[in-house]
Design a protein around this ligand. Structure first.
Ligand SMILES: CC(C)(COP(=O)(O)OP(=O)(O)OC[C@H]1O[C@@H](n2cnc3c(N)ncnc32)[C@H](O)[C@@H]1OP(=O)(O)O)[C@@H](O)C(=O)NCCC(=O)NCCS
Length: 184
């Protein structure tokens, strides 16, 4: 269809780039979704998934609807997919959305990529979608994720006690939010 050989980039800070998912990303999403140790901290993914299901899901736009947004994060230098970010339940009237993100491989954690992904997503949602508030849910035990969120200005707005069962125990889930635009 296209003569473009390099993937088109929607956002980039020079180290991490974000673009819409491509069919070639399927292996990365598939590996992540079947890595129980990794996805147990993401919430919502427990059962594993077949490769074909991922291919269909990408072909359908990642299951996002309306103004929702699914982005594959890549290394800007070589285009290697490293994770994804999602903005969902985008409310254009309240100018609010929920976000979620994960790296595909634990070996890429702790290198600043998650911070770069979320920073760009927040800036994009403020500057191009016009949002003023962004929220997310995180397991209270997910210290690394909380470190990123707190550093980027997310503050706790609620705690769902003993909410999510994973790895043999019930965990508290925190709701964190950050105001990114005017109009609080
Ligand atoms: C959570 C996640 C997105 C963060 O991305 P990342 O690239 O690893 O994070 P960064 O490297 O940008 O930052 C990690 C921060 O956590 C800190 N950290 C690392 N391990 C930590 C720990 N055990 N306890 C507390 N802080 C920790 C680091 O010091 C760093 O903070 P600093 O830069 O202020 O020093 C990523 O680790 C991930 O995908 N994890 C698995 C899935 C997941 O938990 N997703 C989020 C669901 S809500």
């Amino acid at each position: 269809m296209s003569t473009v050989t390099k993937p088109v980039v929607l956002l980039s800070d020079g180290v991490v780039a974000l673009r819409r998912p491509e069919p070639a990303d399927g292996d990365y999403y598939w590996a992540m979704r079947n890595n129980l140790a990794l996805v147990s901290s993401v919430m919502g993914f427990r059962l594993g998934v077949a490769e074909r299901t991922i291919d269909e899901w990408i072909a359908s736009g990642g299951g996002v609807t309306g103004d929702d947004l699914l982005l594959t994060a890549t290394l800007a230098a070589d285009g290697r997919p490293i994770g994804y970010a999602k903005a969902f339940r985008v409310d254009r009237f309240s100018r609010h959305a929920w976000v979620g993100l994960s790296l595909f491989d634990e070996r890429d954690a702790g290198k600043g990529y998650g911070t770069r992904i979320l920073t760009q997503v927040c800036d994009y949602l403020r500057d191009y979608v016009g949002l003023r508030k962004i929220s997310l849910e995180v397991l209270a035990s997910n210290a690394r994720a909380l470190s990123v969120y707190h550093r980027l200005g997310f503050v706790e707005e609620g705690r769902l006690v003993s909410q999510y069962f994973t790895a043999g125990r019930f965990e508290d889930v925190l709701i964190l939010s950050r105001f990114v635009g005017d109009g609080r």
